[in-house]
Structures are given as structure tokens and as C-alpha cells.
Design a protein. Structure first.
Ligand SMILES: [Zn+2]
Length: 346
């Protein structure tokens, strides 16, 4: 691969020439194998313009670590696992050191440190970390169970943090649980959810991603654009992005639990008075990290935005009415994603 981007030129000690001189810091798309899977990621390296073609590239230990972390985080995103930054953020929520968090969870003391630097967590560990993030009450229970592992002042300071997080995230937790309860019957990958379990983090990120780029995004259009994102992702990659399940509705595809989606704490929605009805206007949530969406997923969203940005609600409804997935299903029936394979061209 010869494609690269120049990041900057920099004076450093070049191990190829054995002296300090100006080299190029570059980045390019590279592939590596992680857990038997091919991962495409951004790799940084140095280029020495003074060396011959045989050997004119090098890296440093620091750059190697950045590249590795980058590759692993790309893998994590593709598997819906927390990235190392997200694990650090969870720790910071409760002011915990790496060892503190490992003790709280009853894990080996080096476990968190490994997850933040090198190793990729198993799904069971990932689930536990998400519980810590989303449910301060569970943290309190864990703290009581493992109280003997902490000093008295540390116990008090962690409890303080739990209380702070309870007030701000208690509502968020409840709004998520309320949506999750609608999806308890879809806890396996199937045709209804497009081989993807409900992922509220990604759902919120998709809504914010759209709201940032689409003018006047209201509920009817958003619901269709969610279906198109999931359908296009399914068509291209055999899995959806959000894990939502959609039903055939008079206005097109409508996700199960749509009222609860609108009510999610991290969805920035404004109610506006419309003609006879209340309109739900969606706006960007600057606190959401768009990068939890993989590059593939962002490409899908960009394609959907390109297609429908200028469509009015009624136009996208009419467009959807012509889809085979819509025509082949009856009112209130679940629209299987196998039918979404045949969506009209983008
Ligand atoms: Zn050199």
C-alpha cells in the first residue's frame, strides 16, 4: 500500500541514518489480525527521505503502542465492546484507580490496567463494566460486598461519587431500562433485529449524528432514517447498527418502543407545537462521542443522509412505501431484515 497522509515533519534521531535529522511522520491504512479476525486501522510511522527504498521506514516503541491500541480499539468498536478510553471514563465517574476498580469487581488487580493498555476484554467482563457505567446502584452493592478491600476514607469517597452519579444518571438508567424492557424478547440475534442486539449507546450516537447533519429532523423522518441505516448496514455487512426491531406502520417502518427512544435521557429532543400535534425536534447532543460508531457505520449514516437530507417527512414516507420490505409485510407486522436486503439503490 503506497497511500499515506503526511501528519508533520519532525526532527528526531533516525535509527536508519544514526543521526538526528528531519523525517516525515505519516499515517496510512493498515491491516492486522486480532483474535483471528482481520482488522483495518490507522497506522502511524516515520519515513526517512535520506534512506534507500529497501529500508526507509521506522517506528518507535511509543508509536507502536499507539498503533496497537488503535487496532484494538477498532476491533472493540466492531464487536460493540467498550474502548480503552471508555473504560478510563467509567473509572473517572467514580474516582477509582485501576486497582480500585479491579478490587470493586473482584477481579485480579492487574485486569483493568491490561484492558486500558493491551488486552481486549471478554464479553462477560465488558458486560460488568457497562453495569458499572449505567447503574450506580449496582456499584453500591459491589462496594458493600467488597468493603474490606478498601480503606475507610476511600470507601467514603467512592460512596460520595456513587451518590453524585445516582442523581445525574438515575434518570438515564431508568429511561434505558424502560426501552430495554421492550426488547427482552429479542435477546438473540435474529432476522427481526438484523443479527444485532439492542445497543442504546449506538442508537443515541446515531440520532445525534443525524441531528448534527440534517436540518429540521423530526420524528417521522428520523424513524425512517433509522430503518434505512439499519437496512443498508444489514445489506452491506449482514448486521444492523442499533439492534432496533421495526414494525410495519401506516407511515412506514416504526421501531418497537419508539416513544421510549424519544424519551431517552441522552437524546436531545425538543417538543414544539405543530399544527394540531406536538412535533418532536431532534438536536445534536454534544456530550455523545460519535466515534463509538465505526468507520463502516459512519459511512452508512453518511449515505443515508446524502439520500434523504432534502426529503420532507411525507416524501420519505412515500419513498418507504415503495420498498419491497414494506409491501411484503402487513400492518403491525415485524419487518424482517432479510427483506431489507432488497432496499432500493442508494
Ligand atoms: Zn534517516
Amino acid at each position: 500500500m503506497n497511500n499515506y497522509n503526511l501528519i508533520r515533519t519532525i526532527q528526531i534521531e533516525c535509527p536508519l541514518c544514526g543521526k538526528i535529522h528531519e523525517v516525515e511522520e505519516r499515517k496510512r491504512i493498515a491491516t492486522t489480525i486480532i483474535k483471528d479476525e482481520k482488522v483495518t486501522y490507522e497506522e502511524i510511522y516515520y519515513f526517512c527521505p535520506d534512506s534507500d527504498e529497501e529500508e526507509n521506514e521506522f517506528t518507535t516503541g511509543k508509536i507502536e503502542n499507539i498503533n496497537l491500541l488503535n487496532a484494538r480499539n477498532t476491533y472493540r468498536k466492531s464487536k460493540g465492546l467498550l474502548t480503552s478510553d471508555q473504560i478510563v471514563a467509567i473509572r473517572n465517574m467514580y474516582d477509582l484507580s485501576q486497582v480500585d476498580l479491579a478490587r470493586l469487581l473482584g477481579w485480579g488487580e492487574a485486569t483493568i490496567s491490561r484492558y486500558e493498555s493491551k488486552a481486549i476484554q471478554d464479553e462477560a467482563y465488558d458486560t460488568m463494566l457497562r453495569i458499572i457505567k449505567e447503574n450506580p446502584k449496582a456499584v453500591l452493592e459491589l462496594l458493600q460486598k467488597n468493603a474490606n478491600k478498601f480503606s475507610a476514607p476511600k470507601l467514603i469517597s467512592i460512596k460520595q461519587k456513587i451518590m453524585e452519579n445516582l442523581s445525574s444518571s438515575g434518570m438515564e438508567f431508568l429511561s434505558r431500562q424502560s426501552l430495554e424492557s421492550e426488547y427482552v424478547r429479542f435477546q438473540k440475534q435474529c432476522d427481526a433485529n438484523g443479527n444485532t442486539l439492542l445497543n442504546i449507546d449506538k442508537l443515541e450516537a446515531v440520532i445525534s449524528y443525524y441531528a448534527k447533519r440534517v436540518n429540521n429532523l423530526f420524528k417521522v423522518k428520523l424513524m425512517k432514517m433509522l430503518w434505512y441505516a439499519d437496512s443498508l448496514s444489514f445489506k452491506n455487512y449482514q448486521r444492523t447498527i442499533t439492534g432496533l426491531v421495526y414494525c410495519h406502520d401506516s407511515m412506514g417502518a416504526l421501531p418497537i418502543g419508539h416513544y421510549k427512544i424519544v424519551g431517552l435521557q441522552n437524546v436531545n429532543m425538543q417538543e414544539e407545537d405543530g399544527f394540531e400535534i406536538t412535533k418532536y425536534h431532534f438536536l445534536v447532543n454534544e456530550n455523545i462521542d460519535e466515534n463509538i460508531l465505526s468507520t463502516e457505520e459512519q459511512n452508512v449514516l453518511d449515505a443515508v443522509i446524502n439520500k434523504f437530507n432534502s426529503f420532507k417527512s411525507q416524501e420519505i414516507v412515500e419513498y418507504m412505501h415503495e420498498e419491497i420490505a414494506y409491501k411484503k409485510t402487513n400492518d403491525k407486522e415485524i419487518i424482517p431484515f432479510s427483506l431489507a436486503r432488497q432496499i432500493k439503490d442508494f
